[in-house]
Design a binder for this molecule. Structure first.
Ligand code: FUB
Ligand code: ZN
Length: 667
């Protein structure tokens, strides 16, 4: 009895400790929001009905599931390419669990259980789980090293696999309350904590995510060791002495792994962009949970660096293909833009955490920019074709290298499709947040949410046609009249800011201001930290209307972005636009958008599942034999996310505003 009491007190102690420090703002879970819109709900549905089943099918047909079966039987030969192929199953399991949480499906649930049984059997008795070694420990995968963890700093991905396992297990446990996958994850995490740490094995994980995963397990169990190990892994970075710090090669210097400098001294986003995004997310988590200011200062600086100098105009990051990494400051080439879909996903995870830390809308501006543009461009409208890289331009003639111009169903390294499978169902979880008397509305999606402010239940209903229209209606239904602050995000783009830095700006300042009405009466409001704040005693059916100006905006780049100089990009609301060959006489690279081009907009319900297009009459360069001239032709731009859904051809995001020079190239 005494023992039980002691255990109870200890676990209560854990929980109390766990509750001591955290993000000052709490997210409202995606399970509390029911969407009814035409933009995200169909995407979540297609993710549920097409992407997730297709991913599981690929995990089976490519041998990823077989790897687990062989590991369980300790016989056979690892039959896929990469040691991190296990994670495609974990990520799809995570997405399927999110989906189950809001859409019960006994058949899917049973299928997940069958996979979990196989995963459990592949786990070694002490918790180690990594098919690339367990199948045949005498001949592990070439990246894995002869001994466990020996190549973790480089490319073994043992801890990366663990991190995705933890994320999947947390999602599955929360969705189903079943402990089958959760217990597998905890057993593995206990092993990891027993192997790594002060006085034990020291290593900075070669591919981050184990840190985020450990934090999730800590939140669910209150076990401080998980948080401590996450912090330990972060603090291990920049300590290894085996790199050549003078080398410009990011592999040799350790920058590829964000391992060249201690995290607290890092000021620039460097190295592999997905690794980096997961690291910065974990740094935010650990800073919030431990109150470590030095980590907080570092992640703030790195964020400024990305947004000031390293982000494409449509919210993608990771410009450089060689090393799938961030480039130098202002190194954002269009012809070779890499922009891995996973890097955009990591950017969303990171920016949401930054918002939870600071309560400033600029983080949500970046999140929205990436989400509506460079992230969902990664999946085709069919839900089963994917971009690994997200191009900034496709030119058919004389351009090298040709970037990915069509989506594929799967990749040998198929991290992006399965990462999308887990991100998409969680999107309603980025809409609302609360702290004390504040209710934040961050994203605008037709929906109904049940949440609470200071423990008082409030329903929020959104009615809008975002991102096509800027009229937003919010009905606030507290269970009983309640005083609190409603903080409605006024996007930077509605305040004349293309992004929260001077990397890109609108060419002209708009005089239009968002208008806000409360119960039909126009109200004066001030914007604090990017939010219009309305304080009142809220009663059932109180109505807030926000009218965001939806003009077509011309975006120009900072003069340091040399190759965008003299060019313009187009934005309307949160969406960036591009021109595709299909709507523009078979080409896009010959289009000029002079300063005086006038744009009209039209919603086309039949096009690309319904999009608002931008139209104009503009000059296009025509080459006829040896004659070069321009002709006026009609111009149509579509949302960037929707390109490459109608076959292969040219696509442009940045357009010259005048013909300055002509390069003559011979075949
Ligand atoms: O290394 C695992 C994943 O494969 C990375 O996150 C992607 O960039 C790809 O390299
Ligand atoms: Zn990827």
């Amino acid at each position: 009895m005494k023992k039980i009491l002691l255990l109870l007190l200890v676990s209560l102690g854990y929980v109390l400790q766990a509750q001591q420090k955290d993000y000052p703002i709490q997210a409202v879970a995606f399970t509390q929001v029911k969407l009814s819109d035409n933009f995200w709900l169909p995407r979540i549905e297609i993710n549920r009905t097409v992407t997730i089943p297709a991913s599981f099918e690929r995990c089976e047909s490519t041998g990823r599931v077989k790897n687990f079966v062989m590991a369980a039987n300790k016989t056979g030969k690892f039959c896929t390419t990469f040691p991190f192929d296990d994670t495609d199953i974990y990520k799809t399991l995570e997405g399927a669990s999110f989906s189950l949480a809001v859409h019960p499906d006994a058949k899917l649930s049973a299928y997940l259980d069958s996979l979990i049984t196989i995963i459990g059997k592949a786990q070694e008795p002490d918790g180690y789980l990594y098919t690339a070694r367990t199948i045949n420990p005498k001949e592990p995968h070439a990246w894995a090293g002869k001994e466990r963890w020996e190549k973790e700093r480089e490319l073994s991905h043992e801890l990366y696999n663990a991190g995705h396992l933890y994320e999947a297990a947390a999602a599955h446990f929360m969705a189903t309350k079943k402990r089958n996958l959760f217990n597998i994850a905890l057993k593995n995490a206990d092993l990891v904590c027993s192997v790594f740490g002060p006085g034990k094995l020291h290593v900075a994980p070669g591919h981050e995510i184990v840190e985020m995963g450990l934090v999730k397990l800590y939140r669910l169990t209150g076990k401080r060791e998980y948080l401590n190990t996450a912090k330990f892994f972060i603090e291990e970075r920049g300590r290894y002495k085996g790199y050549d710090s003078a080398s410009k090669d990011s592999w040799k210097s350790g920058a590829y792994w964000q391992d060249n400098t201690p995290v607290v001294d890092q000021e620039e986003a460097e190295g592999h962009a997905v690794r980096a995004g997961y690291l910065y997310s974990a740094v935010a988590d650990v800073a919030a949970l431990t109150g470590d200011d030095s980590l907080l200062r570092a992640v703030d600086k790195i964020w400024n660096n990305v947004v000031d100098k390293k982000m494409y105009v449509q919210g993608s990051v990771g410009a450089i293909g060689d090393g799938e990494r961030y480039g130098n400051n202002y190194e954002l080439p269009n012809a070779t833009a890499y922009n891995e879909t996973c890097a955009a996903i990591a950017l969303v995870y990171w920016n949401y955490r930054m918002f939870l830390l600071h309560g400033e809308s600029k983080y949500m501006d970046v999140l929205e920019k990436s989400l509506y543009n460079g992230l969902i461009s990664g999946v085709g409208l069919d839900g089963k074709s994917f971009f690994y890289t997200n191009a900034m331009q496709i030119k058919n003639s004389f351009s090298f290298p040709q970037m990915e111009a069509t989506r594929s169903g799967w990749f040998e390294c198929s991290c992006c499709p399965t990462n999308l499978a887990r991100l998409i169902p969680s999107i309603p979880g980025y809409m609302y947040a609360v702290n004390e008397d504040n209710l934040y509305i961050n994203l605008f999606i037709n929906s109904s949410a049940d949440l609470s402010v200071r423990n008082k239940p409030v329903q929020v209903i959104q009615q809008n046609n975002y991102p096509w229209d800027g009229n937003l209606i919010f009905t606030i239904n507290p269970k009983a009249a309640a005083v609190f602050n409603l903080l409605v995000r006024i996007p930077g783009w509605a305040q004349n800011k293309a992004i929260p830095s001077t990397l890109y700006q609108f060419q002209n300042t708009s005089a239009e201001k968002p208008m806000i009405k409360v119960n039909g009466a126009v109200v004066d409001y001030t914007i604090v930290n990017g939010y219009a704040t309305i304080n009142k005693t809220w009663k059932k059916n109180d109505k807030v209307e926000v009218d965001l100006p939806m003009e077509v905006r011309r975006v120009v780049a900072n003069e340091k972005l040399k190759e965008d100089i003299g060019k313009v990009a187009l934005q309307r609301g949160p969406l960036m636009y591009c021109a595709e060959w299909k709507d523009n006489n078979g080409k896009a690279s010959n289009i000029i958008l002079p300063d005086n081009a006038v744009f009209t907009t039209e919603f086309m319900p039949e096009l690309l599942n319904g999009v608002t297009v931008l139209k104009s009459e503009v000059p296009a360069v025509i080459i006829n034999g040896n004659d070069i001239s321009t002709v006026k032709q009609s111009f149509t731009a579509i949302p960037y996310y929707s390109w490459a859904n109608r076959g292969k051809g040219e696509m442009m995001v940045w357009f010259p505003t005048a013909v300055k020079e002509v390069d003559l190239l011979a075949k």
